[in-house]
Design a protein around this ligand. Structure first.
Ligand SMILES: Nc1ncnc2c1ncn2[C@@H]1O[C@H](COP(=O)(O)OP(=O)(O)O)[C@@H](O)[C@H]1O
Ligand SMILES: O=c1ccn([C@@H]2O[C@H](COP(=O)(O)OP(=O)(O)O)[C@@H](O)[C@H]2O)c(=O)[nH]1
Length: 260
């Protein structure tokens, strides 16, 4: 397998920048070129990168989206679905992605656990914070399904919430664009990629990165966010090694450390 991480070259091993990361994988990104709801090439690409990363001792937790199957906001109002009902279907969609991703990882020997925000005990553990942290400490990858378990939220918010709960040092938002642009790159071919923005910039410039709840949670808990394109194999590893890829969102200065 292509060694994606800088190995010891002449003795100068480059350590990872972070030791515990929360990787958010959007449902859309899992569908690859969109020909099918889940592209196994994408899930295997994630699995091989995560396998290399965990062998470095880095702890990885993942939140998966469900937009490749179902988005509540799109369906609410249609065929008698109110928003809450549509959102529950969307959350179940994230569980399908979680189980598929778990299978891809376990197929190459990566130990994983799936924890869901609401109980589906036959196919996953319920979300238990301390168990999730123990799994990570044991070198297992924890995949969080069903988002926050509540309607009217998104998996980006779930990712920010879980990152805060497990004390992740950074949140990687792996999506299907190269980062945060000054305008929608799908509509404006001249949109410029922003390499480094602050949480405040996201609000003041109306940058469509994540919903405001998610960004606020990251800001309040001093969790930096790296937004990059999942489809470029090796990007997860590059982000982990602190290479400049995509967009970094942080305080742009010392984050207000929690005063103990
Ligand atoms: N509360 C739970 N509800 C449902 N399944 C669970 C629960 N706790 C553990 N499991 C599942 O039981 C199996 C064994 O648990 P495991 O995590 O290996 O325990 P340990 O941490 O002691 O090794 C795993 O597949 C795990 O997902
Ligand atoms: O905490 C959550 C997370 C997700 N969802 C629902 O699940 C769908 C899929 O999640 P999301 O759209 O965030 O997935 P992604 O955009 O990452 O593919 C959402 O549209 C919501 O309908 C929800 O209701 N509560």
């Amino acid at each position: 397998m292509l060694n994606l991480l800088p190995c010891a070259k002449f003795g100068n091993f480059v350590p990872p920048k972070w030791n515990r990361v929360l990787l958010k994988v959007s449902g859309e990104a899992l569908s690859g070129d969109g020909q099918q709801t889940i592209d196994p090439k994408i899930t295997m690409s994630i699995a091989t990168e995560i396998s290399a990363i965990t062998r470095l001792g880095v702890q990885v937790a993942i939140v998966v989206g469900g937009g490749n199957f179902f988005r509540g906001s799109t369906w609410a109002g249609a065929s008698g679905l109110d928003r809450a009902t549509a959102d529950y279907i969307g959350m179940m969609a994230t569980v399908m992605n979680a189980i598929f991703l778990q299978a891809s990882m376990e197929s190459i020997g990566v130990q994983t656990r799936v924890q869901t925000a609401f109980k589906i005990a036959e196919i996953a553990e319920p979300y238990i914070r301390r168990r999730a942290i123990r799994h990570l400490e044991k070198g297992r990858v924890v995949i969080f399904g069903a988002g926050t378990g509540n309607p009217f939220f998104t998996t980006d918010t779930a990712a920010a919430l879980r990152a805060a709960e497990i004390n992740a040092e950074v949140m990687f938002k792996a999506t299907n664009v190269d980062g945060v642009f000054d305008s929608d790159p799908k509509k404006n071919p001249n949109a410029a990629l922003l390499k480094h923005v602050s949480y405040k910039d996201v609000f003041s410039k109306g940058l469509s990165v994540m919903d405001t709840t998610a960004i606020t949670l990251c800001q309040e808990n001093c969790i930096p966010v790296v937004v990059f394109n999942l489809r470029t194999h090796g990007n997860i590893s590059k982000a982990l090694m602190g290479e400049q890829i995509g967009t970094l969102i942080d305080q742009k200065g010392a984050c207000a450390e929690t005063v103990v």
